[in-house]
Design a protein around this ligand. Structure first.
Ligand code: IMP
Length: 205
């Protein structure tokens, strides 16, 4: 038996990643685009990924009257004291499309790190997920981390955001050079989605 679950995101890359994890568990993952009414975007003014994931999950669950899963994610760079962090999506504040914003963000990050040597370019993607019920109760939370370092130039064309800049320690590939299933097996979002699947199975009972 399949159960529908809303993943409250309009980022089709994120939706595809979460779908690939939850589909084999018997969940049909709906995105915001599948909802008919487009809910107003809540103000993501939390200081942490966890707070923002909670803000999104609760707002969309209450607005749509159904259980909602949401994530907040981003890149934390050691040499920048953890920035861009919760501001990852709009780090450069340039561009109207996602592709333009991602390109500008990557250029700004490379510029910020241009004098930082390889050994000090440690960074990680972080993903916080929250599952909320239609009355706004938090049912479960999870977190995943994807460790690497920031390369000196973008490489690869898979994925989105900063994927072409995060170099994996073990293979020297960037996240954008991994196949979708390889990224999901190691990534912050893959880990967070696998962890929240347990709670989803409980909710389905
Ligand atoms: P959010 O939609 O507020 O969670 O913003 C997340 C931002 O962090 C994205 O726009 C990307 O810039 C970055 N990000 C999060 N996850 C990933 C990933 O898996 N790959 C590349 N960039 C990511």
């Amino acid at each position: 038996m399949s159960t529908e679950i809303l993943f409250a995101s309009s980022n089709e890359h994120k939706v595809a990643e979460v779908r690939a994890i939850l589909d084999p568990e018997g969940f049909i993952v709906l995105s915001l685009g599948d909802c008919g009414t487009v809910p107003p975007e809540p103000l993501e003014d939390g200081d942490t990924f966890e707070e923002n994931a909670r803000i999104k999950a609760i707002a969309y669950a209450i607005f749509l009257g159904m259980n909602a899963l949401a994530d907040d994610s981003g890149l934390a760079v050691d040499a920048l004291g953890g920035a861009p962090g919760v501001h990852s999506a709009r780090y450069a504040a340039i561009g109207t499309t996602r592709e333009e914003r991602d390109g500008a963000n990557n250029r700004k990050l490379l510029e910020a790190l241009k004098d930082v040597p390889s050994g000090l370019r440690g960074a990680r993607f972080v993903c916080a997920m929250c599952l909320a019920s239609k009355d706004g109760t938090v049912l479960a939370e999870s977190r995943g981390v994807f460790e690497g370092r920031i390369g000196c130039a973008p490489r690869g064309s898979n994925g989105f955001g900063y994927d072409p800049l995060l170099v994996l320690p073990e293979s020297d590939q960037t996240s954008a050079e991994l196949s979708s299933s390889e990224k999901n097996a190691r990534s912050h979002r893959g880990a967070a989605a696998r962890a929240i699947a347990t709670a989803l199975r409980e909710v389905r009972r």
